[in-house]
Design a protein around this ligand. Structure first.
Ligand SMILES: [Zn+2]
Length: 115
């Protein structure tokens, strides 16, 4: 499966389930999440319709997809290749600094998620 196909499956899961624990269950059932995946962001997620805005290939094994929720909130989805493409992270943009503070105490300066 190509990375973009996995992204589409993930976005479709969010759209069709609209239930955070159902989404986690599906991701686990389909074995498409990396062991390091932090579930709390999906469990606390309130948006279910996402549109792809930007794709950045960090290297051949790591791709970042920047998506936008229907209300315009930015999210970042990371896919990692480990024998197959897997969901590595699903993070909302930091509401403390909006990615503009390298020393932000909420996100640790990454601009995404919370520490
Ligand atoms: Zn921050």
């Amino acid at each position: 499966m190509k990375s973009k196909e996995l992204l589409n499956i993930i976005l479709k899961l969010f759209k069709s389930h609209r239930n955070n624990s159902e989404i986690i269950k599906e991701l686990l059932n389909r074995e498409i999440i990396n062991f390091s995946f932090e579930k709390k962001y999906v469990l606390n997620n309130v948006d279910f319709d996402f549109e792809l805005v930007k794709t950045i290939s960090k290297n051949k094994d790591l791709i970042e997809y920047y998506v936008e929720a229907s209300d315009g909130s930015p999210y970042k989805i990371e896919l990692i290749f480990d024998q197959k493409w897997l969901l590595k992270s699903f993070l909302f943009q930091c509401q403390g600094c909006f990615g503009n503070d390298d020393e932000c105490l909420v996100c640790g300066g990454s601009g995404w998620g919370v520490l």
